[in-house]
Design a binder for this molecule. Sequence first.
Ligand code: DAU
Length: 314
Amino acid sequence: MTRKGIILAGGLGSRLHPTTLATSKQLLPIYDKPLIYYPLSVLMLTQIREVLIISTPDDLPRFQALLGDGRQLNMSFTYATQKEPRGIAESFLIGADFIGRDPVTLILGDNLFYGDSLAQRLATAASKPQGAAIFAYWVPEPGSFGVVEFDRNGRPQAIVEKPEHPNSNYAVTGLYFYDNDVIDIARSLRPSARGELEITSINQIYLERGLLTVEVLRRGVAWLDTGTADAMLDAANFVAAIERRQGLKIACIEEVAWRLNWIDDEGLQRLAEPLKNTSYGRYLIDLLRRSSDDPFSPTVALRGRYRTPSPTAE
Ligand code: DAU
């Protein structure tokens, strides 16, 4: 069984009008790269190589132009449309054939995660053979999210979508791990009062079956929402601050593929070439130069060995 990935990148983007009147929110930049790179890199860090991207009929061709068929990253990208925003859970109906008999991870195209322990948390969630795993994150105003209520022992009791009077500060993030039953569960849903197939209903069903794990992401992990102009600016400033300080990029998909050994030095060089007049492209080229001399570099951590200097980096 190979876990599949879905990025849901549709919706009307109406909270960002007029900016999103003629383009998709998930194609807008967060600092130095399109928003969709952030959730895509999370799937990659979960070791997911087959990804379905769902968006509106108008926007889908632009995602295809940006990301292609994925072969450049040694991945596979397929595309499907969602005609109307009929709910996040519709992803599993649209994606049923793509998912086949495999487990699946869904990430919302506008969610940004960053933190040291993230890759490990993702691996744990992905390794569950049965049931569902979701992540909860403390926020000061949880009312605009799905909210998880816990009992005294930290066991989830209920999940409520956008409660008027939240009983907890734990918001459900837009990253969901499911076994293959999610397709049948999604088929059984009826639209909610607001006319959507709710992802919260799916999570509630897993909870009732005793098959839902809720992992709390602590403050060492950043989960940023990009729902408003202010939130997008905050996210961009956050990414810029970390990237400038460390000289390392967040969610640079070419770098992630290379560090995971999905592409080799030549592959990275090929991707960098058309971008070489940009700081993004120069960053990719610099990776090849500096990878061999830092024993603590993430390259070593991820690849588990020292890299030999690339001939292209001489
Ligand atoms: O971000 C996490 C939250 O995402 C969760 O806490 C909530 O439980 C979940 O319902 C969702 O809440 P939002 O209010 O953020 O959902 P929104 O309708 O804004 O959709 C999230 C993204 O998914 C957005 O970029 C648009 C896209 N989308 C949404 C729907 C409903 C689609 O592509 N198609 C859809 O049908």
